[in-house]
Design a protein around this ligand. Structure first.
Ligand code: GLN
Ligand code: ZN
Length: 769
């Protein structure tokens, strides 16, 4: 096939679309169902309507082949678990009794039965439910959802392509079921799993699927030869089936690396590859294996996980290069559009000038369609779009928002010394001991206290103009008073103000920093019915005014005990926002770090002796490939040190991490050069304390003794036992006593009882020393 015919055949497609609907209708229907306000039928009807609207919108926009099966009531990996019949034993009865309720029970748990574990989908902020497998797992095909949704789309007269999680990725994302040895490798189930995929593929073909997409993003991570072999085997076997649709194996989020030759050789009809910057290397690697002669290549040239307009001319030239490398080249977003908000045109508060730089799912779809047209019919047929795009890109590149000379000059002048405390840890520790006069095993919390209904109502009233700023601030102050007096009464050593003024630990700061944008409708699914609205790092970052000082100093004015200042660290500010694509992440991190450094300085000047800089996202932003870890950790730890490096030796810097296991980044934690770290540890029985000790971690640490993800109140004895375990790893002079994380999601009653027990435990164990 010639490049010309490959071009003429070019079509537009996407792998998935935001599920929630323009007004988060899906969230409302599902939560209504949970509360008994919405019937199962009404929920199904809402879901079917949303699917229909999405497909119709995609088709109207010019997408030639719409995805099906990407819709989910909760999570598409859980849907795959259902399709493969891999229901955990403890959920079987519920699922058999009522499929929908059983499904939600697996997702959320019930009073008696624990849910599946939830974890992050690669390096995105989407969370999936982890399949639980063991040597006894029996797979059985349940094609109902996939077939049903395909038929719905076909009935609309659309050309549709079912999308499923592929067998290798499914197994690589799974973990040993409870009670199964931790050494069990789910991948050993591949031979048992493939016949079930074969059945589903046959069912989809019978229902009218010409193509089926199998997503294998796990193959963009470092893989062992055995794992690559498994992939080769899987696609050799699936390819050899006779009763099946054409297979498109999709990868995204990074380059395929060693898996590329494996998939290129496999007897499947198509591959989907990521050709954005984050997957650099795919193009050369594809050329190196001789391309995909006679096959379909789906080229993900529009970034599916950021919110910036595409550089259409650049994408078109990438596509032109790809033409010689496959029988047919289609155009797509690099991954499912699930990871971006729905529609930028809904943002009325963003200046029109800036709005032109943004592309959410709808706009990205239009870009994909434009590129497919340009590829198939020639660039001159999209001349108007190219010209408008050029103007948008130029407006962004030349804007004073993206180029603030003062911010740039300051970042360029940063020296190594700026990112270093003036004295080494041991000397600082002595100065801090002197300055703070804390007991052994000091007690503290992570920052937030319960966010009460009144507080949320007050915030809503303020937004709606029902109350003024003064009334709102009185409410916040009253809250701080209560939090401080409770901590004093309970005997906590280092107090916090409780963060009542913060809606969210990133958004609160983003709203006060110049260069950050907030959206009104930019919801993105985090998990289940939980959606977040990540702010956008749009320009150069600076801090016009102090952000937290008045609340911290107010709290300090109420007590003679030290009150900890509380900031979100630079890496977490990036991880939970949409980041710029026009400069390296490291540069953005440095700008944010310098803005936060100003806040740290102001806190110290205002008399704050303990300042905590939270970095819960340090681990999760680790690149997918090990080869990139050290470069990431170098700039990430530098950004933290730049934030905190300017304080006096006797000012104590804390950091906090959670939501991950930290065993593999202890060196990086050490490189932060914080004086104290608090970590989530209660559920893993202080495992992290032992990991720190094994590394020879020299600083103070507070592995959590109170699991705040559960309403359960830990007894004083239980907390004391955890502390004794902690003492086996960390000496008493360096051990802190604290919960796993902030308390904002907990109620007051449990918080009160738990913290009283925590203080009692610290006292008991102190007496044993
Ligand atoms: N200081 C924050 C809080 O207590 C930390 C939250 C977090 O680690 N996710 O809420
Ligand atoms: Zn936390």
């Amino acid at each position: 096939m010639t490049a010309k015919s490959a071009a003429a055949a070019a079509r537009a497609t996407v792998y998935g679309y935001p599920r929630q609907g323009p007004n988060r209708e899906l969230k409302k229907a599902i939560e209504g169902y949970w509360k008994g306000r919405v019937t199962a039928d009404a929920l199904r009807e809402t879901a079917a309507e949303l699917r229909r609207d999405n497909w119709q919108q995609l088709a109207d926009a010019g997408v030639h082949e719409v995805p099906t099966g990407d819709f989910s009531y909760y999570d598409h990996v859980l849907d795959t678990t259902v399709a493969l019949g891999a229901i955990p034993e403890r959920h079987r009865v519920a699922v058999e009794t009522d499929a929908l309720d059983g499904y939600f029970a697996m997702a959320r748990g019930t009073q008696d039965v624990a849910p599946l574990e939830m974890t992050k989908w690669f390096d995105t902020n989407y969370h999936y439910l982890v399949p639980e497998l063991g040597p006894d797992t029996v797979f059985t095909a349940d094609s109902g959802k996939q077939v049903g949704e395909l038929k719905e789309a076909l009935a609309l007269g659309l050309s549709a392509r079912p999308v499923l999680v592929g067998p290798v990725t499914y197994l690589l994302l799974a973990k040993p079921a409870p009670g199964v040895s931790a050494d069990f490798e789910p991948l050993t189930l591949l031979d048992r799993l493939l016949p079930v995929y074969a059945r589903i593929l046959a069912d989809l073909r019978a229902a009218g699927a010409e193509w089926v997409q199998l997503d294998e993003p796990a193959l963009v991570q470092d893989r062992t030869p055995a794992e690559l072999n498994a992939a080769a085997r899987a696609y050799r076997d699936l390819g050899a089936l006779t009763d099946r649709p054409k297979l498109l194996v999709a990868s995204y989020f990074d380059r395929l690396g060693d898996a590329l030759p494996v998939l290129a050789k496999a007897p499947v009809e198509g591959l989907a590859l990521d050709f954005t910057e984050s997957a650099a290397g795919n193009l050369q690697a594809l050329a190196a294996v001789g391309g995909l002669p006679g096959k379909r290549l789906v080229a993900g040239v529009v970034n599916g996980r950021n919110i910036w307009v595409n550089d259409l001319a650049k994408s078109l030239s990438t596509l032109a290069t790809l033409l010689g490398l496959a029988g047919r080249v289609d155009v797509a977003a690099s991954c499912s559009l699930l990871h971006v908000p729905l529609d930028a045109s809904a943002e009325r508060d963003i200046e029109p000038q800036i709005l032109r730089w943004l592309a959410f799912a709808r706009q990205k779809t239009a870009e994909v369609v434009t590129l497919a047209k340009g590829l198939a019919q020639g660039a001159d047929t999209i001349a108007a779009e190219l010209a408008a795009n050029r103007a948008d890109l130029a407006s962004r590149a030349g804007s004073p928002i993206t180029h603030d000379p003062a911010v740039r000059a300051r970042a360029a002048a940063v020296t190594e010394a700026d990112a270093r405390r003036s004295q080494p840890y041991t000397e600082r520790a002595a100065a801090q001991r002197e300055h703070l006069g804390l007991p052994l095993l000091p007690t503290t919390t992570i920052g937030s206290f319960p966010q009460t209904g009144e507080l949320r109502a007050a915030r809503a009233d303020l937004r709606a103009g029902r109350i003024g700023t003064a009334a709102y601030e009185e409410r916040v102050k009253a809250e701080i008073q209560e939090v401080v007096s409770f901590q004093e009464k309970t005997g906590i050593d280092v107090l916090v103000h409780g963060e009542p003024e913060r809606n969210d630990m990133v958004q609160y700061f983003a709203e006060q920093l110049t260069g950050y944008l907030a959206t009104r409708h930019g919801w993105v699914q985090s998990y289940g019915t939980r959606y977040v609205r990540p702010p956008i790092l749009a320009g150069d970052i600076s801090r016009p005014e102090p952000m937290t000082v008045r609340w911290t100093t107010y709290a300090q004015s109420l007590t003679s005990r030290p009150v900890k200042g509380m900031l979100t660290g630079p890496v977490t500010m990036l991880a939970w926002s949409f980041v710029r694509d026009d400069q390296p992440l490291a540069d953005t991190a440095r700008q944010v770090a310098l803005a936060l450094r100003d806040e740290v300085t102001d806190l110290e000047t205002a008399g704050t002796s303990v300042i905590q800089v939270d970095e819960p996202a340090l681990r999760e932003t680790l690149p997918l490939r090990a080869a990139e870890h050290s470069a990431y950790l170098a700039w990430a730890t530098e950004a933290f040190r730049l934030t905190t490096g300017g304080v006096r030796p006797d000012t104590q810097i804390h950091t906090h991490m959670c939501y991950a296991e930290f065993g593999d980044i202890v060196q990086a934690i050490d490189d932060l050069d914080a004086d104290v770290i608090s970590l989530e540890a209660a559920r893993s029985h202080m495992q992290v304390a032992h990991e720190l000790a094994a590394h020879g971690y020299p600083r103070e640490a507070g592995p959590g003794v109170y699991d705040i993800h559960s309403p359960r109140v830990p007894s004083a004895e239980e907390a004391a036992d955890l502390l004794r375990t902690g003492l086996q790893a960390i000496p008493a002079e360096r051990l802190w006593v604290n919960p796993d994380c902030g308390l904002k999601t907990r109620g007051w009653a449990e918080t009160r009882a738990s913290l009283e027990n925590l203080v009692a435990a610290a006292r008991t164990v102190r007496d044993e020393l």
